[in-house]
Write a protein that binds this ligand. Sequence first.
Ligand code: GLN
Length: 340
Amino acid sequence: MTLSYLAKTAALLAIWIGTLAAQAAQPLAKADVEAALNAAYTKYKDLSEGANADYIPALAKVDSAIYGIALVTPQGDIYTAGDVSSEVSIQSISKVFTLALVMDEQGPEAIFNNMGVDATGQVFNSIVAIEQHKGAEMNPLVNAGAITATSMVSGDSRAQIWNKILNYYNAFAGRELSVNKEVFESEAATNQRNQAIAELMYAYGHIKSNPDQATDIYTEQCSVNVNVRDLAIMAATLADGGRNPVTKKQVMKNENVSEVLAVMATAGLYDDSGKWLYLTGLPAKSGVGGGIIAVSPGRFGIAVISPPLDAAGNSVRAQKAIADISNALGGNPYAVEPAM
Ligand code: GLN
């Protein structure tokens, strides 16, 4: 080994260590986070665009004025603005956590092989998207893929499967969540379209058995009540590699987090996912209850609740407030400065 070889190796090592140091993001400063939350809260407080979802009758009755923001860091610091106590049903945000549960049980390839991880470009409850590829080449964050994911959770009885799902969500939130009975009953009485979706996924062999039970459990998981703080802690758990930064417990397998975030980036805001990623760079997930979670990996989890939705089914205020806050705090993982 020559001396110049040694010198070269040492120089390369130094560059590598320097790059690593530059990439390790600094924890967020308290004053910056508070200023960003308060500015976004105030800016969108009087916005009156959008309307509550009404295809599930109970959702039309939810107070449209509920508006809360929460941000949680990997250090476990919790910042909030506005309404932190009102609960809404989690709706489609639940799809992320059932997806994570299936990956933890069966590995990421089970999802990849069963319904795929591609954007459909269609509305979240599209039947055309199922027909296009016989229930494949879609993803676990649209209804067809999500009901299929729920059908993949193992268990001997409905009760056992349900308890497993709810306990898994509880670990992400760091507290015991409960079901909004009114929303569950209202959606169960009006979810014929989701029943049809599940039958089709069964017909094409993606759901292996009992599509009715899968739809029923899926409907119940969508009815779990959360406040904005719960949602932000759930998002921050994904931002911190599957470890809940508040309870300090590892609640999902670390190796599956990047795949979950990739699916959220691809399909988290339905057919507006591309637009959202373009504006923020953040993996996110919306629900028709009015919540949106977003994840800046290694930096923060954020959530906003505000029931009025746009045409794609995404909360209007939540999209605007999260985009502003994340961009103010440097949350976009694609926004980097040249190394030298
Ligand atoms: N439970 C709702 C449904 O299946 C969830 C949809 C959503 O939040 N986009 O229609």
